[in-house]
Write a protein that binds this ligand. Structure first.
Ligand SMILES: [Zn+2]
Length: 355
C-alpha cells in the first residue's frame, strides 16, 4: 500500500479577514476562476441578512447564482443528501456556505461528496469548523465530526460576524482554548500508543491558543480588534487540522466531554462553551494551569460553570464518565485513567465547574 507513505494536506487558497471583506467577493471569485455559477447554502434569516446581498454581488459579476435554504438548526445527514441532490441537478462551479456552523457544515460535506469546491462565509465565530476540513452532522453513527474538505476560500467579514450575539464569540474562545488540552492528549497517545504525532501541527494548534490568551483583554462585545484575534486563532486551528488530515491537534478529551453532553444533556450549550468548561477540568488532570484557563474564559465572558451553561451538574459528571466511550480509539487522559462518578464529581467541584 502506497497510502501510508503519502501525507495529503488540504489548505484554503484565500483567507480574507476584516471589516467589509465581503466586498472583495467578486475579485476572489475571479481569481479562483469561478465565473459561471454558484450555489449558495444558507439559513432563512441569514439569507435575508447576508445571503441576498452576496447573491446580488455575484450576479453583478455575471454569475448564475442559486440558493438552497436550510430550515433546520441541527444539521442531519438528510439535509446533506438534499443539498447534494441540488448540486447534482444544478451543477454549480462552487458551493458557498453562508451562516453559522450548521449551514457551513452542510455545504462543506455535500460539496465534498459531489467533488465541488467550497467557500466558507461564516456569520458567527463560534468554533473552528469555519476553516477546517471537518463537518459535524447529526444522524451519522458517530457523534463527532467527519472528514469533508477544506474550504478553497474563507471570507470572514467582521462587520457581519459582530452582528451575531456576543455569546458566539465567547464560545469560539472556548473552542480555541481547548487546544491546550487536546495537544496534551495527542502527545499522551503518542507516548502510550505510539500514535502518529506531528510536532508542527501541534505547535500551530498551541500557538492559536496562546495567541488568544495573550490577547484576551481585547476580546469583548463590539471589539473588532478582539474578534480579529479570535478569527486568526480559529482559522489557524482549521488549517492545522487540514495539514494534519485529522482533528487530533484540535480535539481531545475536552471535546469528548462536549460530545457526551450533546448526547445526554436535555438542552446542550454551544460547542465552544462546553469545550471551554471541559478544558478547565481536563487541564486539572494534565497538571496544567487550569486557573489561568478559567480566568481567561472569564475575561472574555465565556461560561465557566454548569450553572452558567444551564446544565444540571449530574450531566457534567455523567459526561466526564462516558466521554472515553464516545471514541475508544482516540486515546486521551480519560482513557488512561477513566473517572468513576465520585472522581468526576470531585474534579468538577475542585475546579469550580459545579458548586
Ligand atoms: Zn471544537
Amino acid at each position: 500500500m502506497l497510502s501510508q507513505f503519502i501525507h495529503r494536506m488540504q489548505l484554503p487558497r484565500e483567507v480574507i479577514v476584516g471589516k467589509g471583506s465581503l466586498e472583495l467577493i467578486g475579485s476572489i471569485f475571479r481569481s479562483l476562476g469561478f465565473t459561471k455559477s454558484a450555489l449558495l447554502v444558507s439559513g432563512e434569516i441569514t439569507f435575508e441578512v447576508s445571503g441576498k446581498k452576496i447573491k446580488e454581488m455575484l450576479r453583478g459579476e455575471g454569475l448564475k447564482v442559486w440558493e438552497h435554504i436550510i430550515a433546520s438548526n441541527a444539521p442531519t445527514i438528510n439535509d446533506v443528501k438534499m443539498c447534494e441532490e441540488k448540486i447534482r441537478k444544478l451543477k454549480p462551479q462552487v458551493v458557498l456556505g453562508v451562516g453559522g456552523g450548521t449551514k457551513i457544515d452542510i455545504a462543506k460535506l455535500s460539496s465534498a461528496n459531489q467533488g465541488i469546491p467550497f467557500i466558507s462565509i461564516p456569520t458567527t465565530a463560534s468554533h473552528d469548523g469555519l476553516s477546517s476540513p471537518f463537518a459535524s452532522i447529526k444522524g451519522l453513527e458517530k457523534p463527532y465530526s467527519i472528514m469533508a474538505q477544506s474550504p478553497i476560500a474563507v471570507i470572514a467579514d467582521t462587520e457581519i460576524i459582530e452582528r451575531a450575539p456576543y455569546r458566539f464569540i465567547a464560545s469560539g474562545c472556548g473552542d480555541v482554548i481547548a487546544k491546550l488540552t487536546s495537544v496534551r492528549d495527542w502527545k499522551l497517545a503518542h507516548e502510550r500508543k505510539n500514535e502518529y504525532y506531528a510536532q508542527y501541527t501541534a505547535s500551530m494548534s498551541l500557538m492559536s491558543a496562546q495567541h488568544l490568551i495573550e490577547n484576551s483583554h481585547l476580546i469583548r462585545p463590539a471589539s473588532e480588534e478582539g474578534l480579529r484575534v479570535l478569527l486568526e486563532s480559529l482559522i489557524s486551528c482549521g488549517i492545522a487540522m487540514g495539514i494534519a488530515g485529522s482533528s487530533r491537534p484540535c480535539s481531545g478529551s475536552e471535546h469528548l466531554f462536549s460530545h457526551a453532553l450533546d448526547l445526554i444533556a436535555p438542552k446542550p450549550a454551544l460547542h465552544g462553551e462546553q469545550c471551554g468548561i471541559g478544558t478547565i477540568m481536563i487541564a486539572f488532570l494534565h497538571g496544567l494551569d487550569w486557573k489561568m484557563i478559567r480566568d481567561t474564559l472569564r475575561r472574555v465572558g465565556a461560561p465557566v460553570t454548569s450553572e452558567e451553561i444551564g446544565i444540571d451538574p449530574k450531566y457534567i459528571v455523567e459526561a466526564l464518565v462516558i466521554a472515553p466511550k464516545i471514541r475508544p480509539e482516540r486515546y486521551t487522559i480519560l482513557h488512561e485513567k477513566p473517572l468513576t462518578h465520585e472522581e468526576a464529581f470531585a474534579l468538577a467541584k475542585e475546579t469550580g465547574v459545579i458548586e
